[in-house]
Design a binder for this molecule. Sequence first.
Ligand code: GLU
Length: 480
Amino acid sequence: MTVRVRFAPSPTGSLHIGSVRTTLYNYFFARRHGGTLVLRIEDTDQDRLVPGAIDSIYDGLHWLGLRWDEGPREGGPHAPYVQSERLPRYQQAARELVEGGAAYFCFCSKERLAALRAQQAAAKQITRYDRHCRTIPPAEAADRALREPHVVRLKVPDGGTIGVDDLVYGRVEWPIETIEDQVLLKSDGFPTYHLAVVVDDHVMGITHVFRGEDWLPSTPKHLLIYRAFGWEVPPLAHFPNVLGPDGRKLAKRHGATKVEQFRTDGYLPEAMVNYLSLIGWAPGTEEEVFSAEELVAKWRIEQVQKAGGKWDRDRLDWFDGVWIRRLSIDELLRRLDPLVPAEWDRALLRRALPFAQERAKTLVELRDQLAFLFGDVAYATDLLVPKGHDGAATADALGRSARALRGLARFAHDEIEPALRRTSDELGWKMRDSSHPVRVAVTGRHAGPPLFDALELLGRERTLERIDRARALLNGGGTR
Ligand code: GLU
C-alpha cells in the first residue's frame, strides 16, 4: 500500500502553529513511508473565508520547508483540490445516499428549526432536529425537491454505538442516539464539512487521516457517513492540541500563534519545525535537536502523547539559538539579509556575525545587537552608570578608558582587553563595572556581543567619539 495523507486547512485565517504541528506529523509520516502528501483546501464554510488565507498557508508551509505532492496549484490526479470547486461531486454523493435510502430531503424552514430549538431548550432537552421530514414518502420528497428549497440529511440509525480505534486515543465510542440527522448538503448546494471530508478522503485515496483533536467529536458523524456509503474507514489519528501556558488550547490571548509572526520576529524555520514536533511527541531519548530529515526518520505515531503539550516561548527561543549557531556565517548572512536595512555594509556585517551568533536567540535580536555598527546609538543617560557608582565617577571612568584606548598601537581585541583591564585596576572597580559604561556608550545597550570585539569592529575613531559623547552627557550635556 502506498501511503497517502493529507493536510486539509480551512482558509479562515493565516496559518496557525497548531495546524503546522498537524501538518508536520503528516509530512514525517508521508516521507518516511515514501508516500504522498496532499494539500486540500476546505472552504465549504464560505462565510468564514478570509481573503489571502490560501496565500498565507502556501507561504508559511514553503518557509518551513514543507513540500507536498498534490494540491491546488501543483495539481494531481484528483484535481481540483479546493472543495468549493468540487461541488458536483458532493451533490452526486448526496444524491446517491438519498436514492439508496441512507439520507433524505428536508424542507423545514429556518423559522421552524429555530422554533423547535427554542422549544427544546425551554424544556431543557438536547436541541436537535426532530426528523420531521424523514417520514415523507421518497417519491413525494423527490418531487418537492425539484421545486422547494431543501437540504439533505443523513438518516442516523436508532440506538447502538459507533466507535473507532484511534491511533492516538485508542478505542473511542459514542452512543448513536447523541447524533442528530445531520445536514450533508446545504440548501445552496454546498456540502457540509462532514460530507466533504468523507467524500474527499475516500475518492482521493487517503490511507491515513491524521488531524487535530478538535475533530474527534465530529468523528462519529463521519463514521456514520462512511457506513452509509458502504466505504471502509481509513485508520484515524487525532493529535492533542497545542496548549497555552494556562492549559487551554493555544490561542491569540497567549501571544503570537501565526507562523508569519514568528517569521517576522526572526525565528528560523528549522527551530520552528524542531520545537513544534516535540509538542505532543517524545522521541524517548534525551536528544532533542533534530533536523526535518532526522524527524522523518525518528517520528513514530506510537510516540504521540494523548495529553496536549504546552507551548513555551522560552523553549522555542532556546531551539532558535541552537539553530542560529548551527548555521554557517554565509548562510546566517543570507537569512538575515531580508531583515537588515539595505544600507548596512554587508562586509562589516559578515565580520561581526560570528560574535553575535554566539548569543542571539533570534535573527531580529542578532540584527539589533549589531545595529550599533551601522548607525548612531541612543540610550537614556542613566543607563551608563553602573550600580553602586554615580555619574561623575562614571564620567571619570570613561575618560580613563578613552585615554587607555587612544594610546594603543593597534586597535584590536588582544590590545583592547589588557588596556581596559588596566583601567579597571587603576580605578579599583570590578571589570564588569568599568566596562559597563563603555559598552553602553558604544552599543547603546547593556548586553550584546563581546565588548572587546565590538570595539574592534567599530574602530578606534568611532569608539572614542561615542565615549566622549557619553562623558558629555554625564557632565550635563543633555540627554539623548
Ligand atoms: N478543514 C479542517 C481544518 O480546518 C481539517 C479537518 C480535517 O483534517 O479533517 O482544520
